[in-house]
Each structure stands twice: as C-alpha cells, then as structure tokens.
Design a binder for this molecule. Structure first.
Ligand SMILES: Cc1ncc(COP(=O)(O)OP(=O)(O)O)c(N)n1
Ligand SMILES: Cc1nc(C(=O)O)sc1CCOP(=O)(O)O
Ligand SMILES: [Mg+2]
Length: 537
C-alpha cells in the first residue's frame, strides 16, 4: 500500500479546549420517540415500534490505513450489531509499514448520551484530562479503556506524560482496562512480564488502580501455542485461551477487541461474556483474514466483516463452547429411531425435553439429502433451546446446516483439517482411546474428547472396551474436557461419574436413550442419576 498522508491541518497539534468543542447534538441518547399529544395515530404506531439500538461511542484516534483506531471501532461495533459514533482524539497517517505522522485533536464538550464509551489513542495528558472531565459531567453506561501506547508496528502513540493521568484519573472510572503485556508493563513502571503468573500479578496491580475489571492480553507473549489473556474481576483470575492464528494481518486487534467488549456490553452482556465474545470475534476475524493481502508492509489489517463473505459462519452461530454442556450428551442413531417409529427431529426434541445438554446427529445409514433436511430442522430446535448440535463425521453436512460443530474419530478427517474447514467458532470433538491421542486432539485444536468404550457396546461394531482404568488414563492425561461413551445406561452412569476423574464432564449415550420407547423419560431418568452421582462425588 502506498504511504498515505493525512491533511496537514489535521496534524497541526493544538491544545484541547472547551471552546474548540466537538459538539454533536447526540440524537442517540433517547432511543424512544415521544409522540406529541397531537400526534396522528400513524406516528404513534411508529413510536411504538422504536427499537433501542445498542450504542458505542469511541473516543480514539483515526487510522488513515483503516485497520485500527476509529475505523476499526466502527467496523467492529457494526459487525456485532451496535451503532458506533466517534470522537477523534488524534489523526494518524499509517499504512501496513507503520505510522508516518500523528497529531492530536480534542474531546472538549462532547456529550456522551449515556452510551458505552470505548477509549483508544489518547495522545496527551491534556486530552485524557478533558475526557475525564466530560466523563464526570456526562456519566456513561460503561467505560472500556484500551490504554493504547504503542502501535503493533512499534510506533509510540501516546507519550509517557499520559501514563500518570491514565493511572490516576481515567482508570478509576473504567469498567474494564485492556492492556496488552507491553502496555501493562509500561503502566507498572516497566516490570518484566514473561509468564502467565506475571500477567496475573499485573492484572491485580492494575486492578488496584481502580477499574472494575482488567484484561491483560497475552497475544504478544513469546513461545505460546495459545493466545492466553488473563481476566481479573477483583476476586477471580480467569485464563481465556484462544487459538493463535498465524497471520501478518493483526493490525487493529486491540482496538477491535475493546470495541467488541463495548458493543456486547451495549447489548446487555455481563463483562465476562462480553470479553469472551470479543475474543472469539477477533480470533474468527483473524482466521478468515489470514491469507488476505493488502499493501507490502509487515503488518496488514483484517476483515471485520468476514461473516458477510462466509454466510455459513455467521456471527450469530459463534458458539462459545462450555465444557459443562457435555454433562448429558445425546447421540442419535437412525436405525434405532426408525425401529421405534420416530423421526430424527422428534428424537432430538424428546432428548432436549428430557434434559440433554448437547446433541450429536450420528446418522450412519441416512441418505445425505434426508440427513441434511433433518439436520436443518434439528439446528432450529437446538438453537431455540440453547443446546449445541454437533454432526458426526460429516463436515459437509455440518457446514450446510450451520451446526455448532462436528465429532470425528481416529479414522475420520483429522481434527486440524476440520478446524481449517470450520474455523475457530465451531465445536470440535475427537474420539480418543489413549493419552497420546488426547494430546494430539489438543494440539489439533479440538474442544473436547470422547473416550470409550467404557463398557462393551453393540451400537458400534468392534469397539475396544477401555474400562474404568483406560478412561482414567485418558482423563488424567487430557488437556481437554472429556465425555465418557460406550455402553453407558441408567444402571451404570452413576458409577462412571462417581469415579470423580479429572476433566470428566459427563456421559454420551446412544442406545440407552434412543433404543427405548420414550426418549424424554429415559433422558430425564439418566439426568437425575447423573445429578445425584455428582452431588455424591
Ligand atoms: C461423544 C462421542 N465420542 C465418541 C464417538 C465415536 O466417534 P468415532 O470414533 O468417529 O466413531 P463413530 O461414532 O463415527 O462411529 C462419538 N461419535 N461421539
Ligand atoms: C459411537 C460410539 N463411540 C464409542 C467409542 O468408544 O468411541 S462407543 C460408541 C457407541 C455408544 O453407544 P451406546 O451408548 O449405545 O453404547
Ligand atoms: Mg466417526
């Protein structure tokens, strides 16, 4: 990309002042239109349908290259369904090589309209002070502070003079502060941050400066196969793991993450959920942009609107995998359901009614077209109940019906290839009978493993039985959550859960649910047995 220069007038530094106000009339603060007493019925009807639009106000710098800053904030918020208005604190001239020029603007007199405010580049202590004054005058619903100091290309975006103002004035007002390790280190007087334990200490020290939550982002940590961030809410540290996507297109990840957090908060999410969705969004965007090329510099932007190009991977279906969903895993079998005269769809409905927490369609003998139709119907049922739906073996069917994921075994497509095809937003389970297979599943980017057969089974031909000791070996070695499978029924499920094995989250069952007359009743009984066993162990 050719070097882009910003207009020189915009680059001329000037002091922030209330008289140089960037006043805008703030039409966004009152989403409902109040009809006048004389309003006609038609106008009243319009008012009754008015829908509040989640609103993020970004207070940040403009990036002429449009990968980061205000431009990234607007794209990220829009991608998550929030409206993003902006206050430009600085103008930068950037491209994929680096930052060529910068100059401050001001934030004087801006009325926030009670939005969720996200801050980015605040180039001088003066601007931070003006911002803080305004935040005191016009309280906001939530304040997300991305303490931008150095661009990913290594260029300084806000000088050391801002550090004290960040710490003393801005952070105490923040709902969350999101430094990367370099910024966390600078904020804490250049402490060395090399390990996760260092990141935890940093999160705690920054928390003491006054924000309600801290997220220290570990994307820049060396020698890590995962991108691990540390979230701290004053009580608990939570390590949020994501896939490290190999790509040069990482420009703007910090701005995007913070804007996504603000957008999710605007939609009513809790802070932890907002952070989780934001992290997943960035991971997915990087994944789908990893091979895009724009410009010849070392660092490119990524595509915030990737889901427009890839309708099968819509943001709406990004499922944050919850290992507790493995508690009661219902795995269908077309032969069994046919035998009892029910459709796949009715079988799934009944399993959910009985309390299944995750469903897998394992249809070995169903024709592709019939399978896909059934899968689409099951996706609808599962989504409306909040139960994830996975497809056994068939990645093509999973993509076509936009399922939440896929389960594969050792002779199916390798999990890393499945990950390539599905992207990071989908759930992948892998069958593992040995610790080595469990290790490989983790390296391949799986989310969970299924391990069995715990007991002999007639549902899967020639399936070796592991017994409790085999299951114990896999669970102990696994870095992923495990669901036990094979010959499990209401008579023995309790004994499996009472083993109290590490990482064992639940049981997966075929015949004990679907080779029975009433699927809902059997699922209900199994669920109550599992709950009793868990409360005993
Ligand atoms: C939860 C769960 N665990 C294991 C399996 C078995 O998968 P696989 O080894 O690929 O065998 P098939 O099911 O394809 O016959 C599973 N399906 N689900
Ligand atoms: C599909 C499957 N996978 C197994 C494994 O050991 O990986 S055992 C199995 C069949 C499980 O059926 P049932 O609950 O009827 O025994
Ligand atoms: Mg298989």
């Amino acid at each position: 990309m050719a070097s882009v220069s910003a207009p020189s007038a915009a680059l001329a530094p000037h002091r922030p002042s209330a008289s140089a106000a960037l006043l805008f009339p703030c039409p966004y603060s009152s989403p409902r239109v109040s009809p006048s007493p004389t309003a006609q019925p038609r106008r009243l009807a319009v008012a009754a349908r008015a829908m509040p639009w989640p609103h993020v106000l970004t207070v940040a710098g403009s990036d002429s290259g449009a990968g980061a800053g205000i431009q990234a904030d607007i794209k990220a918020s829009a991608a998550l369904g929030a409206y993003c208005s902006s206050v430009i604190t600085a103008v930068t001239a950037q491209n994929t090589v680096g930052v060529q020029a910068r100059g401050p603007c001001c934030t004087g007199g801006v009325r926030w309209g009670a939005a969720q405010v996200k801050t980015g580049m605040l180039p001088s202590a003066g601007i931070v002070k003006v911002l803080c004054e305004n935040l005191r005058k016009f309280p906001v619903k939530a304040l997300v502070v991305d303490p931008v100091m150095v661009s990913t290309s290594g260029d300084t975006l806000s000088g050391p003079s801002t550090l004290a103002t960040f710490r003393e004035e801005l952070f105490p007002m923040a709902d969350i502060v999101t430094p990367n390790v370099k910024e966390a280190s600078k904020l804490l007087g250049d402490v060395s941050l090399q390990t996760i334990s260092d990141m935890r200490s940093a999160a705690e020290s920054i928390y003491k400066l006054g924000p309600k939550h801290v997220l220290v982002k570990g994307g820049d940590m060396p020698d890590s196969t995962d991108a691990i961030d540390v979230f701290f809410d004053g009580n608990e540290f939570i390590e949020l793991r994501g896939l490290r996507i190999k790509t040069r297109n990482t420009h703007g990840t910090g701005c995007t993450l913070a804007s996504c957090i603000a957008a999710e908060l605007a939609k009513g999410a809790t802070m932890l959920h907002a952070v989780e969705v934001a992290k997943k969004f960035v991971e997915s965007a990087l994944y789908h942009s990893k091979d895009l090329v724009i410009g010849n510099g070392p660092q490119g932007p990524f595509d915030h609107l990737f889901s427009l190009k890839s309708p099968l991977r819509k943001m709406g279906s990004l499922h944050k995998f919850n290992p507790d969903d493995l508690f009661l895993y219902a795995v269908t079998d077309s032969g069994m359901n046919k035998k009892w005269g029910r459709s796949i769809k009715d079988a799934v409905k009944a399993a959910i009614e009985g309390g299944a927490t995750i469903v897998q369609l394992r249809e070995k003998d169903t024709e592709t077209r019939e399978f896909l139709e059934a899968a689409k119907a099951c996706v609808e049922i599962c989504r409306s109940s909040g139960v994830p739906l996975l497809i056994n073996d068939r990645i093509d069917v999973a993509l076509a019906c936009n399922a939440d994921g896929v389960h594969v075994g050792q002779s199916d497509m390798p999990a890393w290839e499945v990950r390539e095809l599905l992207g990071p937003g989908k759930i992948i389970g892998v069958s593992c009978k040995t610790p080595a297979q469990a290790e490989q599943a983790w390296k391949d980017g799986a989310d969970y493993i299924g391990s069995g057969g715990v007991f002999p089974t007639t549902t899967k031909a020639n399936n070796p039985t592991l017994g409790f000791e085999g299951l114990r070996a896999v669970c102990s070695a696994s870095k992923l959550p495990v669901v036990a499978i094979g010959g499990i029924n209401t008579g023995n499920a309790g004994s499996v859960m009472e083993l109290g094995l590490p990482n064992l989250k639940g049981v997966a069952v075929v015949s004990a649910l679907f080779d029975r007359e009433c699927v809902a009743t059997e699922t209900r009984s199994l669920r109550s047995i599992l709950m009793n066993a868990c409360s005993r162990s």
